[in-house]
Design a protein around this ligand. Structure first.
Ligand code: FAD
Length: 408
């Protein structure tokens, strides 16, 4: 048998391979990845690894021996370039091709480029992979003032690490608050203040019109209102684009993500897709998009989709219905999110002082819970949301109401 070939050796692709073997899969498994490192976890790249608190060894999902022991052929430094669906072959950047019985796309996402002049100076940086993080660790050691474009999770985590090292940090954001698309105004306000307390400066409602430079290097940025912000380097963190081209070029539906059904299958019965590159129907996406599909960039989603698909390929099909959850560490604070919120969801704040949670409601039902330094709320929220337990806004707002008992 040709077995299973996986394009993309990141969080999702690795999980699929490991779970396939765990479930008793006996045919060959090949993981093709365009990065040179062993499969690794990305979250520390903007947290402990960036801050120099852990080394690359600490990022690897498994040690090298694991792959040989489990007969998983890892092919590092090789890019999948085209799919021959009729012949069931994956063409690779080294000129070779691999036959497959089933092909899994786990190609993740790449950073959205900043479409302004000067964005290609070498010190205009991004953070997606280990190589980016290594370059940034060095750059941080040599810089005094930096500009971060985009107040999303990665931009803010990066800003917190840089500010803790004593750098002058300005975060420029088009929206009027941080993490505007992802969290409630209440959480956004908390983190704005928390970052300001760490010494981070913000420019909200700010459009970047150009990166200015001299002698082949960026020296700062220009904003639409004419302001100039000097910087030794610039980090761009304005979101990601799904790596959907392999599927699209093979004639599969892939607008804003490789389209899969509830079983993570593409319309080609010999192809599935998982992780950041996928747009899929989610029971938690009700009211969020016209067709009930979402694309989720998280470790939870990559792992749970890898497991779900492995079960199907091992003969135990089930629709993917795992509850989305996420975390972000920014300076001393931990943000945890359970569920999926939308921009129109209402907020109920529970708790006061530095540790609190925001319960979000859509169409009268609990949609998500965002917790700051309240891990217990987060764990309860996961149970409530996964079980679809009914909670009213009044109950959430009542400090005397026993949430834990409700979740039992
Ligand atoms: P990836 O892990 O990106 O793996 C995809 C792999 O496929 C990559 O190695 C890519 O290079 C490779 N590839 C792409 N195209 C090809 C091709 N044609 N041929 C071969 N290989 C290819 N999530 C959280 O839940 N919490 C966090 O705190 C958090 N922090 C993060 C911090 C950073 C800096 C980053 C970048 C991400 C963070 N995430 C976090 C998101 C999380 O890491 C991703 O959601 C997760 O890695 C997705 O897994 P994936 O396998 O789909 O994609």
């Amino acid at each position: 048998a040709a077995g299973i070939v996986v394009a993309g050796a990141g969080q999702a692709g690795f999980q699929l391979a490991a779970s396939l073997r765990e479930g008793g899969f006996r045919d060959p498994i090949t993981l093709v990845g365009d990065e040179t490192a062993l499969p690794y976890q990305r979250p520390p790249l903007s947290k402990a690894y960036l801050a120099g608190k852990t080394d690359a060894e600490g990022l690897f999902l498994r040690q090298p021996g694991f792959f040989a022991e489990h007969a998983i052929a890892h092919r590092p430094g090789i890019r999948a370039v085209a799919i021959d669906r009729a012949g069931r072959r994956l063409h690779l950047s080294d000129g070779q091709s691999l036959a497959y019985d089933h092909l899994v796309l786990a190609t993740g996402a790449r950073n959205r480029p900043l479409p302004v002049p000067g964005a290609d100076f070498p010190n205009v940086r991004q953070l997606r992979g280990l190589a980016d993080a290594d370059a940034l660790r060095t750059a941080l050691g040599e810089a005094r003032a930096i500009v971060v474009i985009g107040a999303g999770f990665i931009g803010l985590e990066f800003a917190a690490v840089a500010a803790a090292r004593g750098l002058s940090v300005t975060v420029v954001e088009a929206a009027d608050r941080p993490m505007a698309r992802a969290v409630s105004p209440e959480i956004a306000q908390f983190f704005r203040s928390a970052h300001e307390a760490m010494g981070v400066r913000f420019a909200f409602g700010a459009g970047v019109t150009a990166v200015t430079g001299r002698d082949g290097r960026a020296t700062g940025i220009t904003l639409a209102d004419g302001r100039e912000l000097p910087a030794d380097f610039i980090l761009i963190g304005i979101g990601v684009l799904p790596n959907r081209e392999l599927a699209a070029e093979a004639g599969l539906p892939a607008e804003d993500g490789v389209r899969v059904d509830a079983f993570l299958a593409t319309p080609d019965p010999a192809m599935s897709a998982i992780g950041d590159c996928v747009r899929f129907p989610s029971p938690f996406a009700h009211g969020l998009s016209p067709d009930g599909t979402v694309r989720i960039e998280s470790v939870q989603n990559a792992i749970d989709q890898g497991r779900c698909l492995a079960a199907r390929l091992n003969g135990k099909p089930a629709a993917y219905g795992a509850l989305p959850w996420f975390w972000s560490d920014q300076g001393p604070h931990k943000l945890q999110i359970a569920g999926l919120s939308g921009p129109g969801d209402t907020s109920v704040v529970r708790g006061s002082g530095p540790a609190f949670s925001v319960f979000r409601f859509r169409d009268g039902a609990l949609s998500a819970v965002e917790s700051v330094d309240r891990a217990a709320d987060h764990m309860i929220a996961r149970r409530l949301l996964a079980a679809g337990t009914r909670l009213t806004p009044e109950q959430a707002a009542d400090p005397g109401f026993d949430l834990k008992a409700l979740a039992m």
